[in-house]
Design a protein around this ligand. Structure first.
Ligand SMILES: NC(=O)c1ccc[n+]([C@@H]2O[C@H](COP(=O)([O-])OP(=O)(O)OC[C@H]3O[C@@H](n4cnc5c(N)ncnc54)[C@H](O)[C@@H]3O)[C@@H](O)[C@H]2O)c1
Length: 283
């Protein structure tokens, strides 16, 4: 059901790759809620061709950009304002990539060139976007800028590798720039810390199936889906959350505040049955 929450608002959505992408769902919802926006992704991602379908369905233009390039990002903000006919009201940064993860370099054997790339693509690109938009004065007062994060910024989760460091930096940038952007231009900057989600980026995380099962059992409300995340993004782009800024907002069914749940304990206990190490013997 749509509520016209973004009626008349103009946006830029970075990071829709295919139908599974969180940014894809955000674009669909933003369109349903009355927004107009541009879509951006890397030239390589655009070559897959899937984004054309989303663009057609949402009446949106696509602007190619590598989010590590300030030149590309400047063009995105300039062209988006031309296409949409004025300043921007919301921006989604839905971008993440680690070459260490891709090339199976574990955290105790990182390639540092890859680490620099991870940080540049997944976190510093957010600073670049914010700085370009700020200096260009491209965002309307009470505009809202959101990036997607993960709880590995605060807690160590097996297999998340150098993306944990990128997410910690991403969240810190949201706080640091959020202060300046709020103070000087009344623009909100937040990160949403999303449940593990089966997308192209998500599937790259080591043991994603086990992780998703675990977090689902641990969370009183269960894992949040990509569609749930899109709904939360829309609420943050809307005028209903005008005083929310500089926050890392957990959107994970309650996972981040759990230690052990009954469902997870039952599963854990089951794994001991039929073996010599019963749970009593371990006590
Ligand atoms: N899937 C999960 O489990 C999960 C959980 C929490 C947070 N997130 C975050 O959500 C965001 C979106 O990921 P997703 O799960 O929808 O996966 P996805 O693979 O659909 O999206 C990642 C996007 O990043 C883009 N990208 C990579 N390098 C880029 C570059 N140099 N310039 C511009 N774009 C680039 C890709 O083309 C792709 O569109 C990421 O920041 C991810 O870390 C994902």
């Amino acid at each position: 059901m749509a509520y016209n929450l973004l009626k008349g608002k103009k946006g830029i959505i970075f990071g829709a790759l295919d139908k599974k992408s969180i940014a894809w769902k955000v674009a669909e919802k933003a369109f349903d809620e009355g927004a107009s926006f541009t879509l951006s992704n890397t030239p390589t991602a655009l070559r897959f061709g899937e984004l054309n379908e989303l663009a057609a369905n949402c009446n949106a233009e696509i602007i190619p950009a590598d989010a590590t390039s300030t030149k590309d990002l400047t063009l995105v903000f300039e062209q988006s304002q031309d296409i949409l006919g004025g300043k921007i009201d919301f921006v989604l940064h839905s971008i993440g990539m680690s070459l260490n993860v891709r090339k199976k370099r574990i955290y105790s054997d990182l390639n540092y060139e890859f680490l620099n790339k991870t940080l540049d693509i997944s976190a510093i690109s957010f600073h670049k976007m914010l700085q370009i938009a700020f200096q260009m004065d491209a965002i309307n007062e009470w505009g809202s800028i959101v990036a997607l994060s993960y709880v590995a910024a605060q807690r160590t989760l097996y297999g998340y590798n150098d993306m944990a460091d990128a997410k910690a930096l991403l969240e810190s940038i949201a706080r640091s720039f959020g202060y300046i952007y709020g103070r000087d231009k009344k623009v909100r900057v937040n990160t949403i810390s999303q449940s593990p989600t089966r997308t192209t980026a998500g599937s790259g995380v080591k043991g994603i199936d086990g992780l998703m099962d675990f977090t689902d059992r641990m969370s009183p409300l269960g894992n949040a889906t990509a569609e749930d995340c899109a709904n939360y993004c829309i609420s943050l782009f809307s005028d209903l959350t005008r005083k929310v800024t500089m926050q890392n907002l957990y959107h994970d069914g309650g996972f981040s505040n759990m230690g052990m749940s009954l469902k997870a304990m039952q599963m854990y206990y089951k794994s001991f049955q039929g073996t010599e190490d019963s749970i009593e013997e371990l006590e």
